[in-house]
Design a protein around this ligand. Structure first.
Ligand code: CA
Length: 322
């Protein structure tokens, strides 16, 4: 009797196991887009537009998105999300004009009169540019880890760029990490390409930009800026964590770059330099790449997840009628 039942039992277990595997795969594939509850919490009135920084993640990591899992996390909560793409190696003004053209397209496609702009790193300067020249198209500007007063590392690298390459001082300092750090900054193996981006992020470069586009900058050192300018709401947040996840290979490189800063920083941007408009928080335990949930979601497990911060912010915009 046992012999008769046993094959059937084995077959049944196989079917059940295959079923569980199939369900698991299907669930994993749809998990990021699936929502169990509160599914319109990020459904803002205006579309959310995510603008990237100087790093060329597409080139470094193939098809991996710049903000790992964040667009889908927002969409799962009802948000309409667009991810823009601008030139990696150019001034903020040129990048800003490229972004503006894409915002005009998004407005035309969606029929929405405005957008909510969120920029990370250099992308935060780009979104400021768009809001400065076309405030009528912008409901809100949010910058994440953006050096509004310049980045000390950019100053150092710009000053040590000689005869088409970085000086021995830079090479000595970074040694084996040079490729990683410069690559993350510039998205290119050619340092000369990265120089244009570096200069835009230097103190002098940002000061010139700020003089032309001063909206929502703090009036005092490390203060907050006005919450609203020309009808545009302004927000910022940033991190001051550096070594946040022992499995993330980018952490040691950010640990090196953080040494250039006199103030607490996220590895590339100082805490006070990140301030713009309404400062939501400036000391999350996140480094510069954690702020976009990189690498591959490897962030601290002891603090707010980056995806949660983005979803919470979308809810904030929604509550404000944006
Ligand atoms: Ca990380």
């Amino acid at each position: 009797m046992t012999r008769i039942i046993q094959p059937g039992g084995t077959e049944m277990r196989r079917i059940i196991i295959l079923g569980i595997i199939a369900f698991g795969l299907a669930w994993a594939g749809s998990a990021q887009a699936f929502c169990w509850w509160n599914c319109n919490s990020a459904k803002t009135k205006y579309p959310i537009v995510l603008a990237h920084g100087a790093a060329g993640f597409d080139e470094l990591f193939g098809v991996v998105e710049y903000r790992y899992g964040i667009p889908s996390a927002l969409r799962s909560k009802g948000a309409t999300v667009f991810v823009t793409q601008v030139s990696q190696f150019n001034s903020t003004e040129v990048r800003g004009e490229q972004l503006l053209a894409q915002v005009e397209t998004i407005v035309a496609i969606t029929g929405s009169s405005k957008v909510n702009l969120i920029g990370h790193s250099h992308g935060g300067l780009d979104v400021r540019y768009v809001a400065s020249v076309r405030p009528d198209l912008v409901a809100s500007v949010t910058t994440v880890g953006t050096p509004h007063q310049g980045a000390d590392l950019a100053d150092f690298l710009s000053e040590n760029f000689e005869d088409g390459s970085f000086s021995q001082a830079v090479l000595d300092f970074f040694a084996e990490s040079l490729g990683t750090v410069i690559g993350l900054l510039s998205g290119s193996s050619n340092p000369q390409d990265g120089l244009a981006a570096l200069e835009s992020l230097s103190s002098a470069g940002v000061a010139a930009f700020n003089a032309a586009h001063p909206e929502a900058l703090p009036a005092s050192a490390c203060g907050e800026g006005p919450a609203s300018v020309n009808g545009v709401r302004y927000f910022s947040w940033s991190g001051t964590g550096v070594l946040t996840n022992v499995f993330d290979l980018s952490d040691p490189a950010l640990g090196l770059t953080s040494l250039f800063y006199s103030e607490s920083n996220d590895g590339l941007v100082g805490r006070c330099s990140s301030h713009l408009g309404d400062v939501i928080r400036d000391d999350y335990f996140q480094n510069h790449l954690d702020e976009v949930n990189q690498l591959f979601g490897l962030v601290s497990i002891f603090t707010s997840n980056p995806k949660t911060l983005y979803k919470n912010h979308a809810s904030r915009l929604k509550r404000l009628g944006l």
